[in-house]
Write a protein that binds this ligand. Structure first.
Ligand SMILES: NC(=O)c1ccc[n+]([C@@H]2O[C@H](COP(=O)([O-])OP(=O)(O)OC[C@H]3O[C@@H](n4cnc5c(N)ncnc54)[C@H](O)[C@@H]3O)[C@@H](O)[C@H]2O)c1
Length: 304
């Protein structure tokens, strides 16, 4: 993909900035981010001649003008309040950013002439406690956290607002993303940091809770394929490899020569117990099937 004008909301975050790095050499990218939870400094965007940075909350009314002026070929909407526990403590903030912010962006995008829109949803949060595994895209949606509710509402808004326009769009539901550059509030970087410092690691539950992890570079490649093909679809993006949290702990422990036992705490409200996502549609529609093995991805993350 070359010479395209692309907007990435939340472009200083883990996923947004990873996409930015892949696109910036051959395209023009406007990053919109309010610096609320980013780990990347904005200078990394503006140091690049094709990169522009706009410090703005996605709920702000001037979004419409900014998006219309830039007139993007593609808009990838990553900005969100992404913390499940924070969403239970502060539902209004989560609703404002994830629902009203998304609505604000969609109201701007719907008037564009020729833009492809990607909404980053959450496969781990919108389905709720699975009725069966792996969870496919048609599984019922019963989110148990305010974060999950807000992402599901974002999907519905995308469909409702854009189906009445000429805009082609896709909705992507990633499983747990991990890899270099992630905030240490997320489980894998948190374990790595604490183990490197020889500090106590706490696990919520008894360690048997499972997730399905996708390596950041795999997800970025999937998103770039969507941008190239401009396919309109709603798909899970996962490796479909269910892994218990204690397995991650034990693997990292060995790699990092960590000798302490974990402390087990009560489960947290809003977190589901086990989930893995069916990736049949991802493989079929995008012809993507070269997932980074978890152990390899964890080693790359440790060494980053
Ligand atoms: N990390 C995961 O495991 C995961 C899994 C599934 C889906 N997702 C989704 O992927 C997307 C990216 O997640 P991430 O892990 O990169 O999160 P992140 O927290 O690293 O990045 C989010 C970015 O959005 C920005 N932001 C937050 N609120 C904003 C606002 N009101 N206005 C403008 N910018 C704002 C933050 O400053 C940050 O730079 C999110 O939509 C998230 O829901 C993440």
């Amino acid at each position: 993909m070359k010479e395209k004008k692309i907007i990435i909301t939340g472009g200083l975050g883990f996923l947004g900035y990873s996409i930015f790095k892949k696109l910036i050499n051959e395209n023009y990218v406007l990053v919109i981010d309010n610096l609320s939870s980013n780990i990347i400094e904005k200078k990394f965007v503006t140091n690049n001649k094709n990169g522009t940075f706009c410090e703005l909350n996605i709920t702000n009314n001037s979004m419409i003008e900014i998006i219309e002026q830039y007139n993007p070929d593609i808009l990838i909407h990553c900005a969100a309040q992404t913390n499940v526990i924070e969403s239970m403590k502060n539902p209004i903030k989560t609703k404002n950013i994830n629902i009203e912010g998304t609505r604000n962006i969609l109201e701007s995008v719907k008037n564009l002439e020729n833009c492809y829109f990607i909404f980053i949803s959450s496969g781990g949060a919108i389905y709720g406690e699975p009725k069966y595994l792996p969870v496919d895209e048609n599984h019922e949606k019963n989110p148990i956290s305010n974060y999950g509710i807000s992402k599901l509402k974002g999907e519905l808004l995308t469909k409702n607002i854009l189906s009445q326009s000429k805009i082609n769009y896709s909705i992507i539901r990633p499983s747990n993303i991990y890899g270099p550059g992630q905030k240490t509030e997320n489980v894998i970087p948190k374990f790595i940091k604490l183990m490197k410092m020889k500090q106590e690691v706490r696990i919520f539950g008894d360690g048997s809770s499972s997730r399905d992890y996708i390596y950041i570079d795999d997800l970025v490649e999937i998103i770039l394929k969507l941008c190239e093909k401009k396919i309109g679809c709603t798909i899970n993006a996962s490796s479909n490899q269910e892994t218990k949290i204690i397995e991650i702990f034990n693997f990292l422990k060995k790699q990092l020569n960590y000798n302490l036992q974990p402390t087990f705490l009560d489960d947290r409200k809003g977190e589901i117990f086990n989930i893995s996502l069916d990736n049949t549609n991802l493989i079929k529609i995008l012809n993507f099937n070269k997932f980074t093995a978890l152990k390899k991805g964890l080693i790359k993350t440790i060494n980053s």
